[in-house]
Design a protein around this ligand. Structure first.
Ligand code: G3H
Ligand code: 13P
Ligand code: ZN
Length: 322
């Protein structure tokens, strides 16, 4: 199978009550960890590349790594997606350069400006057989160079979604229902603490999701900022010399519920970073004399694979759906 768009993936996910995982890729080990898990579990998967990833690893290297994963995993559909495209030029460059899906994130602009830019990207993308994800509403957290302070996020307004989708022609819509980017998704003031002293975040706004879905029947919804920040990795980082106090994510049960509704794509990046960093820190603490990158990247890659397999089975429900 060659690279695919998300059209068929989302149709099946919507009707089947599951979601497809969209995992950010920045290097070979991450691509391998994700696609080995998806391949073994016969799950569709979206590999996504941010502007920062392109700046770090270079467009061509990332495309070729993803093409290698397609060759190695011929039985599963794989889409290559631009995450948080912030301009027409960036989206065009990825469309021209082999991506099958792009996101134009004009969510920080006015409603009219968001529509105008999204429409421009959709027209070019559709002429080239590429699909487009757009965004309405603002998540808290850090995405590429944009930092939205906690308290300055805004939930998607359901009354705007039909007009936005109709006028732009976008293929999927990212909405803000309380998820947030990064490993510090909520301040202590926004949370309660459980018996172990771990922060418990405010619940996602399923009322907003339901209202959006009612207005856009059959239309695929996307959730960004959906890492769960597993406490086992936070503990591992902290145990082996790191310092990540009060890192907290979205509870997996809530993402599982979203996946059974209209949410067809769930974005996960921070959990990959935590899985790798925790394991690399542990490796160095246990093997202070080692210096071959293959030695410490091997458990890091395995940790990505195990984490992605866990998400596919327990959060996304996409196993066996290839
Ligand atoms: O939402 C943003 C993603 O986590 C990508 O992060 O811009 O640091 O590559 P990045
Ligand atoms: P996390 O920071 O929660 O992993 O979200 C990633 C994301 O939304 C990428 O677009
Ligand atoms: Zn995002």
């Amino acid at each position: 199978m060659s690279l695919v768009t998300t059209t068929e993936m989302f149709k099946k996910a919507y009707n089947g009550g599951y979601a497809v995982g969209a995992f950010n890729v920045n290097n070979m080990e991450i691509v391998q960890g994700i696609t080995e898990a998806a391949g073994e579990l016969k799950s569709p998967v979206i590999l996504q590349v941010s502007k920062g990833a392109r700046a770090y690893a270079n467009h061509t290297y990332l495309v070729k790594l993803v093409e290698a994963a397609v060759i190695e995993n011929p039985e599963i559909p794989i889409a290559l997606h631009l995450d948080h495209g912030d301009s027409f030029e960036l989206c065009k460059s990825c469309i021209d350069g082999g991506f099958t899906s792009v996101m134009i994130d004009a969510s920080s602009k006015s409603f009219e400006d968001n529509i105008a830019l999204t429409k421009q990207v959709v027209e070019y993308a559709h002429e080239h057989g590429v699909v487009v994800e757009a965004e309405l509403g603002t998540l808290a957290g850090i995405e590429d160079e944009v930092v939205v302070e906690s308290g300055h996020e805004s939930y998607t307004r359901p009354e705007e979604v039909e007009e936005f989708v109709t006028r732009t022609g976008c293929d999927s819509l990212a909405i803000a229902i309380g998820t947030s980017h990064g490993a510090y998704k909520f301040t202590a003031a926004q949370c309660t603490r459980n018996a172990d002293g771990i922060l418990v975040p405010p619940p996602l706004r399923f009322d907003v999701l339901e209202e959006v879905s009612k207005r856009l029947p059959g239309f695929p919804i996307v959730l960004h900022g959906s890492s769960s920040v597993p406490q086992e990795f936070v503990k591992m980082v902290n145990q082996y010399g790191g310092n990540m106090p009060d890192a907290v994510g979205i509870p997996e049960e809530q993402l599982r519920k979203a996946a059974t509704l209209s949410v067809c794509k769930i974005n996960i990046d921070s959990d990959i970073r935590l899985a790798m960093t925790g394991n690399i820190r542990k490796y160095f603490a246990e093997h202070p004399d080692h210096f071959d990158p293959r030695q410490y990247l091997k458990p890091a890659r395995q940790a990505v694979k195990d984490m992605v397999a866990h998400k596919i089975v327990n959060v996304l429900g996409s196993d066996g759906k290839a």
